[in-house]
Design a protein around this ligand. Sequence first.
Ligand code: GDP
Length: 480
Amino acid sequence: ETITIQELANRMSERGVDVIRLLMKQGAMHKITDVIDADTAQLVAEELGHAVKRVAESDVEEGLFDTPDLESDLVSRPPVVTIMGHVDHGKTSLLDAIRHANVVSGEAGGITQHIGAYQVTAPNGLPVTFIDTPGHAAFTAMRARGAKVTDIVVLVVAADDGVMPQTIEAIHHARAAKVPLIVAINKIDKPDARPERVRTELLQHEVQVESMGGETLEIEVSAKQKLNLDKLLDAISLQAEVLDLKANPTRSAEGTVIEARLDKGRGPVATVLVQRGTLDVGDLVVAGAQWGKVRALLDDQGQTRQDAGPSFPVEVLGFSGTPEAGDRVAVVESEARAREITEYRERQKRDQAAARGGSGRSSLSDMMSQLKTAGRKEFPLVIKGDVQGSVEAIVAALEKLGTDEVGARVVHAGVGGITESDITLALASGAAVIGFNVRAHKEAREESERVGIEIRYYNIIYNLVDDVKAAMSGLLSPTL
Ligand code: GDP
């Protein structure tokens, strides 16, 4: 835990220069924007005659999330589905087709609104919630922020194109999140569709579909001709049943912000996926560093609702500011509590930003020490290389390095430059990123600096393997 000198001075209502002067007396030169650790801050505060009460996140946010439910309060909840797959394989078309088919037959008859997620009814009468942003970027970005919203990934593979790089990426992203896949082989209406080829290619990436003797459900669909959409929904329901998804609807609500924006007329609007409990109009909610009193709830048809239960996506009106996608949402009992929590988070955000401005970058060896303290035995890596052959050679070499105590785990390996999506995946998985004869894209480089993920470049496999080995044995010098 750290704090900037400015922030410390503010909280004590002292002048920044006085804090700096005091630190100088103790032999340390500082600027007002510098970050000091909690112990130093406490010494300073006491020296200046302040009583110190250290507030840890666990105190401020105590009881906000994950308080246990009684087994007897749990009831089945709908699955939350994200659609992933290679570009142009039909993710958007499929999302539209599923939604459209349902609206036409539905009784609500409202005008569909894009709010970031929607719910439809499967042929068996059970609801299914879809996240309306296809692709793994949003999925992994959320996961990187600690939000787990997706229960099932539908992997769309075009039957005329087969398994492509982003198909493989999607498989790895889903696997890293331990979320089961259902394969939708799309575009079977096309004359050059070859669904068999898709099955065989998937096998090469350890996705074994049912018809090949595996456990992964597969449906041949056409988003264009709206073929087999009901079968896909049934498969999702079936998978959901296997997962035995449950939540307590009778407690105060918890959820995640899926999308948020500032609306000219309505003010901040956040789409919240409720994950436990029931969100009611009038509830006091916090989301990230924002809070508000729920003024209205709207579903994906633009209809107002009094409440929203588990797995239901709703637009929430009433936030004082615009929260961010991925922010966790909780109901609190009083305005004072809402303010306490959001002010605390605001401070934390500032402190963390300040800390990153300093030397917040993590190195391979930092990561190893974290892994050690967490008692983990895997060393996660994201690997990008120039050609398939070298990527395979690297993965094979790294997998051989493992000992009883620690081993490399390749979260994702692929051909091409390092992308922003690689960085988010690394962040979500606590992985280091390695480039072999490739560079990082500009956005990826910026993102890696922003979030403090280290990218390391190599052009000799031996050096790469050697460094990872050294990092794994905790021998890597921290300055690398
Ligand atoms: P995304 O990039 O994965 O979201 O793919 P889109 O949904 O934008 O679809 C890419 C292209 O494939 C569009 O031109 C669609 O019309 C077309 N497409 C999508 N699904 C089907 C299908 O089932 N059959 C055929 N023939 N074309 C499709």
